[in-house]
Design a protein around this ligand. Structure first.
Ligand SMILES: NC(=O)c1ccc[n+]([C@@H]2O[C@H](COP(=O)([O-])OP(=O)(O)OC[C@H]3O[C@@H](n4cnc5c(N)ncnc54)[C@H](OP(=O)(O)O)[C@@H]3O)[C@@H](O)[C@H]2O)c1
Length: 206
């Protein structure tokens, strides 16, 4: 069982929080708007609690379920309250037209989050290549990237608890390419696949 805190009260917290609870984990919802957090906690039901914005999250794993532009600023704002945590960045830094990444070449939102995080925290990129509606119902592969083996092991245990397969793509510099893979998903949805009901997965021969 993992203890998960979500910062943010939107779609990803609702979807992933639902799956996390179904997998036997505890879920804390932290919103900058306490009323929104309380409403989502009551929607999620047993096992969910509301946290206090800016204080130490209850979860060992803290999922930043906020827009990409807010991810690093939120981590800076929490500061030492995130010491020792596994911080999970799920964001997709798409430009306004969804045709490119809104980050400088050679970096990623996850690496910006790591720069903002306390030295004792470890950042993992995960879930960004999965559309919310697929995460709600399907069994997509979950690609993860990060520099700390123990943090990735904790994330993998959580991902397995919700019935999904974690696949390690390497260190945190690979987050740039996961963010690119998020863009690839948009291109496929708009073109070759034509809808958002699919996932990117790995098949092996034999
Ligand atoms: N939805 C998907 O299909 C999907 C799939 C993969 C990855 N993602 C990624 O998941 C992340 C969240 O997406 P979402 O769909 O859940 O977005 P959403 O429904 O718009 O929710 C965003 C949440 O972030 C909160 N927030 C924004 N800025 C904040 C700040 N500075 N401090 C604290 N809270 C802040 C908002 O709070 P307020 O309500 O108070 O404004 C809101 O609760 C994004 O980075 C997105 O790229 C989404």
């Amino acid at each position: 069982m993992s203890s998960i805190s979500f910062i943010g009260t939107g779609n990803m917290t609702r979807i992933l929080g639902t799956r996390a609870l179904a997998g036997g984990n505890t879920v804390e919802v932290i919103g900058r708007d306490a009323a929104k957090a309380a409403a989502l906690v009551s929607e999620l039901g047993a096992g969910a609690t509301a946290g206090v914005s800016g204080s130490v999250p209850a979860g060992d794993i803290v999922i930043l379920a906020v827009p990409y532009a807010s991810a690093a600023p939120v981590v800076s704002q929490y500061g030492d309250a995130l010491a020792g945590k596994v911080i999970v960045d799920v964001s997709n830094p798409f430009n306004p037209s969804g045709t490119g990444l809104d980050t400088p070449e050679g970096t990623s939102i996850a690496e910006e989050v790591a720069k903002a995080a306390p030295a004792s925290a470890h950042v993992v990129k995960a879930f960004n290549t999965i559309f919310g509606q697929v995460l709600a119902q399907g069994r997509p592969d979950v690609f993860i990237a990060g520099d700390d083996a123990q943090a990735k092991a904790s994330m993998s245990a959580f991902i397995e608890s919700i019935g999904l397969r974690p696949l390690d793509v390497g260190d945190l510099t690979m987050a740039h390419w996961l963010e690119g893979a998020g863009l690839l998903m948009i291109g496929l949805a708009r073109n070759g696949v034509g809808n958002f009901n699919f996932s990117l997965g790995i098949s092996t021969l034999g």
